[in-house]
Design a protein around this ligand. Structure first.
Ligand SMILES: Nc1ncnc2c1ncn2[C@@H]1O[C@H](COP(=O)(O)OP(=O)(O)OP(=O)(O)O)[C@@H](O)[C@H]1O
Ligand SMILES: [Mg+2]
Length: 247
């Protein structure tokens, strides 16, 4: 179980996470929604130890990420797959090697097995035949899909997706959402997804949580969000410019 406990984080004098408390259930998909700039990516970076809280704790299976050294943190990171918001790929190696990278880093597989896994991973995200291209030759959406394939290649315990469908066309968004659902059913990872896409959240999430002003203001299933009487939640899910959220 991943738990953020009373996490506070400021940059200069701007408070981003404000006594944030949230837990992510094992082997379930939690989608965190919230407006741009609310601190969703900052929250995700705390979970993988890329950022440290000013105060509060981040617990991964009862291990406090702040209490372990760099080597232990690196070991722990092997259990995570992460899709960064910008779909960060290694620019100087081709798509095949990008997706193969975690396999080469962490497993001792034959070249034949690596080829099989990479081809199957790329096929899953609708990208067969682009193995020899360089990241710069792909569209933003294609890069994002490669990042999804790479994050899942080790079948990690936990997969974090920072806006996996933003910038994709609606059909490809559906492909990625379905891929998240099917792979989760297949290897039962704990999924944490950041998204603005409320329809996608309804489809993929076991639990939805909304981050607002640095804390979670609503958490529950799709039905809870559809029927929420919290005016902030209602404004967000209906996408209205009228409501309590200051634009
Ligand atoms: N490393 C950093 N240094 C300084 N400020 C930062 C840093 N990272 C994030 N911030 C600030 O923290 C706030 C939240 O940023 P964050 O990237 O988490 O937003 P977000 O909710 O992911 O937004 P979006 O939906 O647009 O991706 C922003 O005001 C941002 O400028
Ligand atoms: Mg973000």
């Amino acid at each position: 179980m991943i738990i953020l406990e009373n996490v506070n984080k400021s940059f200069k004098n701007v408070k981003v996470l404000n006594n944030l408390n949230i837990s992510f259930e094992d082997k379930k998909i939690t989608v965190v929604i919230g407006r741009s700039g609310e601190g969703k990516s900052v929250m995700l970076k705390h979970i993988v130890g890329l950022l440290r809280p000013d105060s509060g704790r981040v617990l991964f299976n009862d291990i406090d990420l702040n209490a372990i050294n760099k080597k232990e943190l690196n070991e722990l990171r092997k259990k995570f797959g992460m899709v960064f918001q910008d779909g960060a790929l290694f620019d100087s190696i081709n798509i095949f090697e990008n997706v193969a990278f975690p396999l080469r880093q962490h497993l001792k597989l034959s070249e034949g097995d690596i080829i099989k896994k990479v081809m199957s991973g790329l096929n899953d995200v609708g990208l067969s035949g682009i193995e020899s291209k360089m990241p710069a030759e792909l569209s933003g959406g294609m890069r994002k899909r490669v990042a999804v394939a790479r994050a899942m290649i080790l079948e990690p315990e936990t997969v974090l997706f920072d806006e996996p469908t933003t910038g994709l066309d609606p059909i490809m968004s559906d492909v990625i959402n379905n891929l998240i659902i099917s792979t989760q059913k297949h290897f039962k990872y704990t999924g944490i997804i950041i998204s603005h896409d409320i329809e996608g959240a309804y489809k993929t999430a076991d639990t939805i949580a909304m981050l607002y002003e640095g804390a979670i203001i609503e958490k529950g299933d799709a039905e809870k969000f559809k029927t929420s009487d919290n005016p902030v939640v209602r404004q967000f899910v209906t996408g209205s410019m009228n409501g309590p959220i200051v634009i």
